[in-house]
Design a protein around this ligand. Structure first.
Ligand SMILES: O=C(O)C(=O)CO
Length: 294
């Protein structure tokens, strides 16, 4: 290598290190950097984390530690735990507790009576607590075509829309992969969920775009977010493959995904839903928040 070329490369490396130390590259290099304990958050992304990923940590501790690292909400918590969130000044960004299960959902008429009763009871509770998003699921296909799934979901959900609209609650159907984790789940493609939103024609039914699940089933994450964002109320994260930390050990580049989400004008929450591999799960959570803090 010529001396000129070698010294040019040295200069680039030194320059990059200097920029990085000064924090100029910000979270674009947070992916591969160790956690920066006192890095202030930028305030553009509303950060949340899913309760189930930290089951062995008492909710009170998760809230206290989460708040310190910049969480403004916790996901997938039901009425019994809302008081704990409130005591810490945290929002419930995706309420649960009305669903039967991921496999038994709105795409099957045999569950409609039960689901309508449960959601009719839960919607006013969500509203009274000052929350908006309530999770729901399509259920498994069990040989139903796309058309039958859409028709059944629409028939069941339509009965809940007037109550949801009255209480300003949004029923949010989660997109899950059917290739690996939830075989036979029906709402497994963004276009399928968006079509259901169109059939319902209500701002009170939207989608939870789970970045981990959708990378597995359809990829094109940023393109799909750009195309379908009017139907998306909420986002979940997770590293692919493995659903672990969203750092340099996996294939998605979360800072770019977060920038694409912000560019759509999104004002909701992004909830971390990776299963930590690190012994110190809360340090992992803080680092993943930093990665997403664009
Ligand atoms: O169970 C799962 O895989 C989920 O993503 C639920 O949010």
């Amino acid at each position: 290598m010529s001396t000129d070329r070698r010294s040019a490369i040295k200069n680039i490396v030194a320059g990059t290190a200097a920029l990085s130390t000064a924090g100029v590259l910000g979270n674009m290099d947070a992916v591969a950097q160790p956690l920066q304990k006192n890095m202030p958050l930028k305030g553009n992304i509303n950060h949340s984390a899913c309760r189930w990923c930290y089951q062995d940590i008492p909710l009170d501790k998760l809230c206290a530690e989460g708040k310190k690292m910049g969480l403004s909400a916790i996901d997938l918590v039901g009425p019994k735990e809302w008081d704990t969130l409130k005591a810490h000044g945290l929002h419930s960004s995706m309420c649960n507790g009305a669903e039967i299960s991921l496999v038994d959902g709105f795409n099957d008429k045999q569950f409609h009576a039960h689901l309508i009763k449960q959601y009719s009871e839960m919607i006013p509770l969500v509203a009274k607590a000052g929350y908006t998003n309530l999770i729901c699921f399509s259920g498994n296909k069990r040989n139903k075509s796309d058309e039958e799934g859409w028709a059944n979901c629409a028939e069941g959900l339509k009965q809940l829309m007037p109550l949801a609209e009255k209480h300003k609650v949004v029923l949010v159907m989660e997109l899950l992969n059917s290739k690996l984790n939830h075989k036979d789940y029906q709402c497994d493609r963004t276009w399928w969920g968006a079509e259901l939103c169109k059939k319902l024609g209500s701002e009170n039914f939207k989608l939870l775009y789970d970045i981990y699940h959708m990378q597995i089933d359809e990829g094109d994450v940023i393109t799909n977010i750009k195309q379908y964002h009017p139907y998306i109320a909420h986002y979940h994260t997770g590293g692919v493959p493995g659903r672990h930390e969203i750092d340099e050990t996996q294939e998605l580049f979360y800072p770019a995904i977060m920038k694409a989400i912000l560019a759509t004008g999104f004002k909701g929450h992004v909830a971390q839903e990776f299963v930590p591999t690190a012994k110190d799960k809360l340090t992992s959570l803080q680092k993943c928040i930093q990665i997403c803090d664009v």
